[in-house]
Design a protein around this ligand. Structure first.
Ligand SMILES: C[S@@+](CC[C@H](N)C(=O)[O-])C[C@H]1O[C@@H](n2cnc3c(N)ncnc32)[C@H](O)[C@@H]1O
Ligand SMILES: Nc1nc2[nH]cc(C(=O)O)c2c(=O)[nH]1
Ligand code: SF4
Ligand SMILES: [Mg+2]
Length: 210
């Protein structure tokens, strides 16, 4: 396929730069502990300095892959699919999510919300970033708000972000991995004082699974 055709397919969301796909256990947030197939799409320009998948940022490093192939692979593993990245909303998620849902799969997204929401989702985990704030339309649609705490200022950010989501949205505080030992005591205090919040840990890193 020539470059122009590939670019056109990517623009339509029919091909996506695929970094990796793996069957594992959701490690974070509301569905922690649930087996799920992860599809990690390359491309992100949000630029979190502590991002744990910086290799995902440059879309050119990940092969444009037909969504039919992605859907076919995913359907062999699980009924629960997590689309992550990179920032999946860099791309049009309409065709991929439609294809997965036609096969009766439950489709979840991990997103910063920095770009307009495309796709049809059963679960939206919104993890807002100060450096590139979510588009306003995504807040009422989020099922889960997962704020990463790197320093003590992030608690005030978390509270301000919680004002924007729906009353049924679950609220999670997750320590940034490299500072977890320092932040966990502050997080536990925060959650005890603000019991509408729950702790989320990156349990897959403790379990040594992807
Ligand atoms: C790698 S991101 C990809 C999806 C999307 N770009 C986003 O940020 O939501 C997946 C999840 O991991 C979180 N995350 C990334 N790096 C982390 C770190 N060092 N410690 C804790 N959570 C991290 C993100 O906030 C997000 O909730
Ligand atoms: N097991 C596992 N759970 C996860 N939940 C969110 C992840 C992500 O990178 O989006 C992730 C991940 O990379 N692995
Ligand atoms: S938005 Fe997500 S993928 Fe992008 S830099 Fe931040 S944590 Fe990493
Ligand atoms: Mg991860």
């Amino acid at each position: 396929m020539n470059q122009e055709v590939v670019q056109d397919q990517v623009e339509k969301g029919l091909m996506l730069p695929l970094m990796e796909e793996f069957y594992t256990i959701q490690g974070e947030g509301s569905h922690t502990g649930r087996a799920a197939y992860f599809i990690r799409v390359g491309g992100c320009d949000v630029g979190c300095h502590w991002c744990d998948v910086k290799e995902s940022w440059d879309p050119e490093k990940h092969p444009p892959t037909a969504i039919d192939q992605i859907i076919e692979n995913a359907s062999k593993y699980s009924k629960t699919i997590v689309i992550t990245g990179g920032e999946p909303l860099t791309w049009d998620m309409g065709p991929l999510t439609q294809g997965l849902k036609e096969r009766q799969m439950q489709v979840h997204i991990e997103t910063s919300g920095a770009y307009p929401l495309t796709g049809d989702w059963d679960w939206i985990c919104l993890s807002p970033k100060k450096v590139k704030m979510p588009v306003p339309e995504i807040y009422p649609k989020a099922h889960e708000l997962k704020v990463i705490v790197y320093n003590k200022h992030d608690f005030a950010f978390a509270k301000a972000e919680a004002e924007k989501v729906s009353s049924s949205c679950k609220l999670y505080i997750q320590p940034e991995w490299s500072v977890r030992e320092k932040m966990i005591p502050l997080i536990t205090d925060f959650v005890m004082q603000n019991p509408e919040w729950q702790v989320s840990l990156q349990t897959h890193k403790y379990l040594n699974i992807p």
